[in-house]
Write a protein that binds this ligand. Structure first.
Ligand code: AMP
Ligand code: GLY
Length: 416
């Protein structure tokens, strides 16, 4: 099977590894990829969705897997272009991908289909925003457009809200676009993933990620500093409640709205006292959650994704290992405000019994990996218990070193 994976980060390294280790033989291609990924996949060069799909057609690709979200809505949509070329794609068309690309579209979808989520108002000026906040804090402000992960502010008091409003609606830091004022939800968060194939779906092992840069969930938000996954996180009837109140109505809603969907669908949930509520949808796997979840998938992941992309969900092709899987991010100096590149990474060969996925590295002229981004690499390990997995992932991560390295010390312990 010839498969092309779109994306270049730790998530795509994990997806490509899972495809590579599947019993079905695969020939893997990667765009845009990374030096670490090119150890398993052939590099493809393209300058957009159209040229990428032409490449796939010319080279007889059987399957396209969308790792990251941006291509789903770019240039007419990756899945739309694949469909036109007759190539099965794991990742939804641009119409359904609005669930991630537009926060207002997602809110309207949830309200239309009775899916629990926080209340909100959509505004376009500082005055309207102030009126919607109504002096009630904490409040949550979200820019409704692409903002490289910096468009959300959870504001505990007026001063921080005013500062964010001034940047986003005053100075238009992210350009034109509306702003959502959202009800502040409280509770532990959980990341739920489903493989959706039209009207059918399968819920995968859940995960929890750690978004803040510092221990104890302090400091600015990042792309994620680590994640934990285990079927044991589905305590009591949690899985059934999430399925019944959120996943099932979402898949039905997509059908009712005439939005075909094949691919991973990610539900960011807050487990509030009134039950689980949706914070956001993402039309892809989570990052770094993928790095924790994919290593515990057993079976034939490649055939599973290929069948799904062709419209045939086959849940029995994969199983989830018991126990716990934890991934720990090593980030570069300055992250998340900035990131430093060019610090040589040592100790990669010493890691044993754990995997290393590369998020932001490159090979220098001497052939050594060095930092090339904010989140540099992710070490992931498993254990029968959470404590065992924590001990292992920390022991192995500590073997990896580079100047300026930042790593949290409470991944897998905090919030449990
Ligand atoms: P988002 O980009 O929408 O996932 O938001 C990023 C993070 O902000 C979430 O993972 C939450 O930790 C926090 N957040 C977003 N929306 C809310 C909300 N309505 N109430 C409380 N926290 C939120
Ligand atoms: N881990 C959060 C995300 O992938 O958006």
């Amino acid at each position: 099977m010839k498969v092309l994976v779109v994306g270049k980060g730790g998530r795509e390294h994990a997806i490509i590894t899972a495809l590579h280790e599947s019993p079905t033989e695969t020939e893997i291609y990667s765009f845009p990829g990374s030096d670490a990924i090119f150890e398993l996949a052939k590099q493809v060069e393209a300058d957009g969705v159209a040229s990428l799909v032409s490449y796939m057609t010319e080279n007889g690709m059987d399957l396209c897997v969308a790792g990251e979200e941006s291509y789903l809505v770019k240039d007419g949509g990756l899945a739309n272009a694949c469909a036109a070329a007759g190539i099965p794609c794991w990742g939804p068309p641009k119409e359904a991908a609005q669930l991630e690309a537009s926060k207002e579209f997602a809110k309207e979808f949830m309200i239309r289909h009775g899916i629990p989520t926080g209340g909100y108002a959509s505004v376009n000026s500082v005055e309207e925003a102030r009126a919607a906040i109504g002096g009630k804090y904490p409040t949550v402000l979200k820019f409704d457009g692409l903002a490289a992960g910096k468009g959300v502010a959870v504001c505990l008091e007026e001063a921080s809200a005013e500062e964010f409003l001034e940047e986003v609606l005053g100075q238009r830091k992210f350009g034109e676009g509306r702003l959502l004022v959202e009800e502040f939800l409280e509770g532990p968060e959980i990341s739920i993933f489903a493989s959706v194939v039209d009207s059918e779906y399968q819920i995968l092992a859940p995960a929890r990620d750690y978004k803040r840069i510092y221990d104890a969930d302090e400091g600015p938000n990042t792309g994620g500093m680590g994640a934990v996954s285990s079927l044991e996180m589905f305590e009591g009837d949690l899985r059934a409640v999430i399925d019944e109140t959120i996943v099932s109505p979402t898949v039905e809603g997509l059908q009712r709205d005439g939005l075909p969907y094949r691919g991973f669908l990610y539900f960011g949930l807050m487990l509030t006292e009134q039950g689980p509520k949706v914070i956001e949808y993402n039309c892809r796997f989570g990052d770094p959650e993928a790095e924790a979840v994919l290593p515990i998938i057993e079976g034939d992941f490649a055939s599973y994704v290929f069948a799904g992309a062709k419209g045939d969900l086959q849940p029995d092709l994969i199983q989830f290992a018991d126990g716990w899987s934890i991934c720990l991010v090593s980030a570069s100096a300055g992250y998340p405000a900035s990131s430093r590149s060019g610090d040589v990474i040592s100790g990669l060969d010493e890691v044993e019994g754990a995997r290393v996925f590369h998020a932001g590295t490159r090979q220098n002229d001497a052939g050594d990996f060095e930092t090339a981004g904010g989140r540099v690499l992710v070490v992931v390990a498993q254990g029968d218990t959470r404590e065992e997995a924590v001990a292992k992932v920390y022991r192995e991560s500590e073997k990896v070193r580079f100047d300026g390295l930042q790593r949290r010390t409470d991944i897998g312990t905090r919030n449990f």
